[in-house]
Design a protein around this ligand. Structure first.
Ligand code: HEM
Length: 450
């Protein structure tokens, strides 16, 4: 039987819409995906994009037929900073790296990182004055950079994780701009000459390499005292193969890129949403107080804070940090009555998939109770995909959930944030789903210690 043609997502393939697609592909793709239908395509000249929203087809692409797709070539722009790390690798190199990095994300390890998250959250609160107005997104970025930096390099916190944060931030802003906004090769090559960003990348590179060299010369640490970098250095395949210094460097920097702004963006939207829903804020404060374990959500007491996790999951439903998942078909793939031809770009947008009214009634409503255990269990598979699915799913998903839950609960214990941003805030899709303007929050300290 002849496959049906995929419904078109756009009636006009004008030069203007093509230019829009090239200038900011993320925003353009998001606009297309939000048409909300099961499947749709945009085709103009060499550009052929297929957007897929139907959960069973999302599952087919990311899980069942995963081997018929590779990462979208656009992701390679990250290479200037991450080298050949996990985010952009494909094939045998990816398999090796993924296996070797996995132990650093085992449940036991994640629990050990809790203390780091709780302490960084308390330090952030202590750094604010009562009544002060903060730039929420900047503060969340600083906080998540500290957490991922310390989880990577606990032993060298002061000189590396904290000292380099400005350079890492500069480099991240630069690569985000490259991969999210500029796809025309000529503009890209001009942007590459950004001296300040390239110098920042070189400094981060040198510092991480130094650290790797000095760790190689020291005795290995016991597993429970090891940080992320120790884990990467100690990792061995079954045949005894280890990661080279270059590969460890690439993976360490990849973790900064992948694990910093994603979490910061989700937290920014979360506190913005909570400020608009005082009943949610009050429930969070109640839970944090009743957990009755001093002010430390670390030490195994996360189970006493289920509501903080629900709030975080619901914020990620509305504002998934990584709002597009891109693939390129390496062979023809049949989805129901449709055929995705080899070479087509496939775009799955968690932002759009999470707004399916048949699965999430009244989808724009912020309602953490969508994620009570009973409700979460009822969700059809592939209908909630903030961390992607299948072999390329986020390796840091459990880390991100722990980090979010700890930070939300620590904040609820010590501080209340009131939105004082004039006017409404919209989205500005780049690599993550940033707010389109500065979100300003007034800090109210809830106890003297904070
Ligand atoms: C709320 C926070 C986060 C969100 C929403 C998120 C989302 C995602 C998504 C959707 C993917 C899959 C992309 C694809 O299939 O093409 C991914 C991959 C990845 N994430 Fe995350 N992520 C988050 C936090 C983190 C953290 C904290 C880390 C590390 C510390 C991390 C490291 C990675 C890496 C290395 C990959 C590539 C995995 C591979 O291809 O093997 N992420 N992330």
């Amino acid at each position: 039987m002849k496959p049906h043609s995929i419904p078109s997502l756009s009636s006009s393939y004008s030069p203007a819409s093509l230019l829009e697609a090239f200038k900011n592909p993320s925003a353009f793709l998001l606009k297309l995906s939000c048409k909300g239908q099961d499947i749709g395509e945009f085709k103009a000249g060499p550009v052929h994009i297929v957007c897929v929203n139907r959960p069973e087809w999302v599952h087919a692409i990311l899980v069942e037929r995963a081997s018929a797709f590779r990462k979208m070539p656009a992701v390679k722009t990250l290479q200037v900073f991450t080298g050949d790390g996990l985010l952009i690798n494909d094939g045998a190199t990816w398999v090796k790296h993924r296996r070797l990095a996995a132990p650093a994300f085992h449940h036991k390890r994640i629990m050990a990182y809790q203390t780091i998250a709780a302490q960084a959250a308390r330090e952030a609160i202590r750094g604010w004055r009562d009544g002060e107005v903060i730039d929420l997104e900047q503060e969340m970025k600083r906080l998540t950079l500290t957490v991922v930096g310390r989880a990577l390099f606990t032993r060298d916190v002061n000189e590396v994780a904290d000292g380099l944060s400005h350079d890492i931030d500069t480099a991240l802003n630069y690569v985000n701009g490259l991969s999210g906004r500029v796809t025309l090769p000529i503009v890209r090559s001009l942007a590459r000459r950004n001296r300040e960003a390239l110098a920042a990348i070189a400094r981060v590179d040198a510092a991480v390499r130094n650290l790797i060299r000095s760790r190689r010369g020291q005795p290995a640490r016991a597993e429970d005292a090891a940080d992320f970098l120790d884990m990467l250095l100690a990792a061995r395949t079954e045949s005894g193969e280890a990661l080279s210094d270059d590969e460890v460097r690439d993976e360490a920097i990849t973790m900064f890129v992948a694990g910093h702004e994603t979490v910061a963006t989700v937290l920014t939207w979360l506190f913005y949403l909570v400020a608009q829903h005082p009943e949610v804020g009050a429930a969070l404060e109640r839970e944090a107080k009743e957990a009755n374990d001093g002010d430390d959500p670390a030490g195994g007491s996360l189970a006493r804070r289920p509501y903080a996790l629900r709030v975080y999951k619901e914020a990620m439903r509305l504002y998934p940090g990584g709002f597009t998942i891109g693939r390129q078909a390496t062979q023809d793939v049949q989805l129901g009555d449709y055929l995705i031809p080899a070479g087509a770009w496939v775009m799955i947008s968690p932002y759009s998939v999470h707004r399916n009214p048949a699965i999430f009634p009244d989808p724009e409503r912020f309602d953490p109770d969508r994620f009570t255990p009973e409700n979460e269990q009822r969700l059809p598979r592939a209908s909630y995909i903030p961390f992607g699915l299948g072999p390329r799913a986020c390796i840091g998903g459990q880390f991100a959930l722990m980090e979010g839950q700890v930070i939300v609960s620590t904040f609820a214990r010590h501080v209340r944030l009131t939105n004082v941003t004039p006017g409404p805030v919209g989205i500005s899709p780049l690599v993550t789903l940033r707010p389109d303007r500065k979100i300003e929050m007034q800090v109210q300290k809830l106890d003297v210690q904070a």
